[in-house]
Design a protein around this ligand. Sequence first.
Ligand SMILES: [Fe+2]
Length: 141
Amino acid sequence: MAKVEWDDSLSVNIGLVDEQHKALIARINDLSDAVEQCLGQAEIAKTLDYLVDYTDFHFSTEIQHMMELEYPDLERHRRFHGEFVNTLNGLVEDFEEDGATEPLSEAINTFLVNWLINHIKTVDVEFGRFLGEKGITIDSE
Ligand SMILES: [Fe+2]
């Protein structure tokens, strides 16, 4: 299975957000590996937990900065995040009920990856442009 790799085409020109996207992609890859290698329920549950936690942390970071800067598209952005979180929670429920099934690993490899790439390239990038126009930079710590 091809891994998602962060490259410059995924940069949104916000240092902090780029770093967090790399970490998020790493966690999706870890989950995908754990499922494919049939690492066992406990191990898969752990990678799924890490992904859920990091997603929450990352989305909160973005929204926090958007609030501080009175980003006009904040509400729409928040809604997109909400959709992803709902689907991710659905995957967690499926996993808890049925374990690491084929459809689950399909969903991870298609939905999570496609959503994230698409969101970064179409929606997050707009926030980067907004910051660029204002001459604001947010560096990674
Ligand atoms: Fe976002």
